[in-house]
Design a protein around this ligand. Structure first.
Ligand code: NAD
Length: 507
């Protein structure tokens, strides 16, 4: 495992910058496009690769390869398909540190966070090793005298997925293993901001021996997405990203007859009741709000503090936040890395200005943080707003940066009404010692994933992951059983083989 302990000076001559390729029909190919975008190291601002903006034609060739590979892959027994996943899993474990390091370089999160990102991705491969059981259908003897009925789950064809920037290794693994283990073929588009860890992951996929065309990778931006949503050979689209794009993908895909699951943005609330353990709650809230620089769809960005504990909790949160060291995620003492890009940093800065203008009190100001030796990195410091009102922009909109707001609430009903009036509904948590408050909270909030004394209540791979309202377009969530339903259709066979009736030869 390699970790840096101090900023390194660049002494080697400038290297040629890598031009990323696509992986289509079992080969690395240079796409037709002439347009490329810069990929940057978020901690240094350096350009580290060029990613192609693939054209509709580049995407079509991947979709056609996936379609051609489908009939034979569909006929490969699930227990045989699993063998490829064993190989992939082993290769991922062998290359674990290299992938985690790439994730930190392209994204900015700390190495510990990158390891968690990859581990939670691999969990999905562990889960699909059980596909022969997961994909089993249902059967029933004697639905009527001498008549049996069975329902089998079958794959559909070519599925596609589109990933966001914030979990570069993990999010594609919410989809690829399930789609392919169920017998479909697959085309992935990673985020153009973080394509490098997927290049490495596909180099490993290439070594697994999947038949050509079963798994494909196409880099690019919205043209790739729109081709996925409209191409006649595509059966379904899985999407994760911001709500406006999720909605667009859902509407376009559905209009073109696809199955679509589109996971969108979030605004997550952390409720602290008077009987909460304040020290534990404050620590967990800081990890939730500032982990991954606030760029997690499960990040708690608004604390709803009961009036009886509000000042103590606020002071504790601030004192813990002050202990985070902002820096390069490759260094072991870094508590929070940079945000993804200069553009995103500017967006978060605008939200901080809006919070000030709307009258919130800035308790911790992360606008002018500097990280020695990293003057061009996309760093922001931890930012905390007090005296926030539910109607303020910073309390309502997704900021997706290291900004935490504190609102004082009268009671649990007040907290629930704030949560339920927000259009997002990905996750929210309560901190309490009361089972009945926890139950009432879980029962009354219209939220997809709920935490009780937890700040990031991420369901494991064998449960399904997804929100509600503007945080999820579609009715099936990611991984777990929902994935099996999304990536298969049922076929029901009713048969009469009545052994009590005389056989023809006996008549
Ligand atoms: P984004 O919506 O900007 O991009 C997501 C994907 O869509 C990328 O691959 C991008 O290339 C593509 N895209 C962007 N604009 C497009 C357009 N106009 N038309 C078609 N495709 C387009 O999201 P992001 O900034 O990469 O990721 C952050 C967002 O993802 C946040 O809103 C976060 O909450 C959300 N997210 C949600 C979950 C969840 O489980 N609900 C998980 C992770 C991230």
């Amino acid at each position: 495992m390699e970790t840096l302990t101090a900023p390194q000076k660049k002494t080697s001559p400038a290297k040629e910058i890598q031009k990323i390729q696509n992986y289509v029909n079992g080969k690395w190919v240079t796409p037709e496009t002439t347009e490329y975008l810069d990929v940057t190291n978020s901690a240094t601002g350096e350009i580290i690769a060029h990613v192609p903006v693939s054209t509709g034609k580049d995407v079509s060739s991947a979709i056609e390869a996936a379609q051609a590979a489908f009939p034979a892959w569909r006929e490969t027994p699930p227990a045989e398909r699993v063998k490829y996943f064993f190989r992939w899993k082993n290769l991922l474990e062998e290359n674990f540190e290299e992938i985690a390091r790439l994730c930190t370089i392209e994204h900015g999160k700390t190495l510990i966070e990158s390891r968690g990102d990859l581990r939670r991705g691999i969990d999905n491969i562990d889960n699909v090793i059980g596909i022969p059981s997961l994909i089993m259908g249902e059967s029933f003897e004697d639905i009527a005298k001498g008549i049996d009925c069975r329902s089998v789950r079958r794959p559909l064809g070519v599925f596609t997925a589109i990933a966001p920037f914030n979990f570069p290794p993990m999010v594609p693994m919410w989809f690829l293993p399930y789609a392919v283990a169920c017998g479909n073929t697959f085309v992935l588009k990673p985020s153009e901001q973080v394509p490098l860890s997927q290049v490495k992951i596909f180099e490993l996929i290439d070594k697994c021996g999947f038949p050509a065309g079963v798994v494909n990778l196409v880099n690019g931006t919205k043209d790739v997405v729109n081709t996925f949503c409209t191409h006649p050979l595509v059966k379904g689209v899985s999407f994760v990203g911001s709500s406006p794009v999720a909605k667009h993908v859902y509407e376009t895909g559905c209009k073109h007859g696809k199955r679509v699951q589109a996971l969108g943005g979030a605004k997550n609330f952390l409720v602290a009741m008077p009987d909460a353990n304040i020290d534990v709650a404050a620590k967990v809230m800081c990890d939730s709000g500032f982990g991954c620089a606030g760029e997690r769809c499960l990040a708690g960005s608004v604390i709803l503090a009961h009036k009886d504990i509000y000042p103590r909790l606020r002071d504790k949160v601030v004192s813990i936040a002050k202990t985070f060291k902002v820096g390069n995620g490759l260094y072991p003492d870094t508590g929070m890395g940079p945000v993804i890009s200069k553009v995103h940093k500017e967006k978060v800065l605008r939200y901080i200005e809006t919070g000030i203008k709307e009258g919130a009190t800035l308790l911790m100001d992360g606008r002018n943080v500097t990280v020695p030796g990293h003057e061009n990195g996309f760093f922001l410091g931890l930012t905390i707003f007090d005296n926030v009102k539910p109607e303020m922009t910073i309390a309502k909109e997704e900021i997706f940066g290291p900004v935490v707001c504190i609102i004082k609430v009268e009671d649990l009903d007040h907290a629930i009404s704030i949560i339920n009036s927000n259009p997002y509904a990905n996750t929210s948590s309560i901190f309490t010692d009361s089972g009945s408050a926890a139950r009432e909270f879980s029962y009354k909030i219209d939220i997809g994933m709920i935490g009780i004394n937890l700040g990031v209540p991420a369901p494991m791979a064998f449960f399904s992951f997804g929100g509600a309202k503007e945080s999820l377009f579609g009715d099936l969530k990611a991984h777990g059983k929902h994935s099996i339903y999304f990536y298969t259709d049922t076929k029901t066979i009713v048969s009469r083989w009545d052994h009590t009736m005389p056989r023809k030869s006996e008549q």
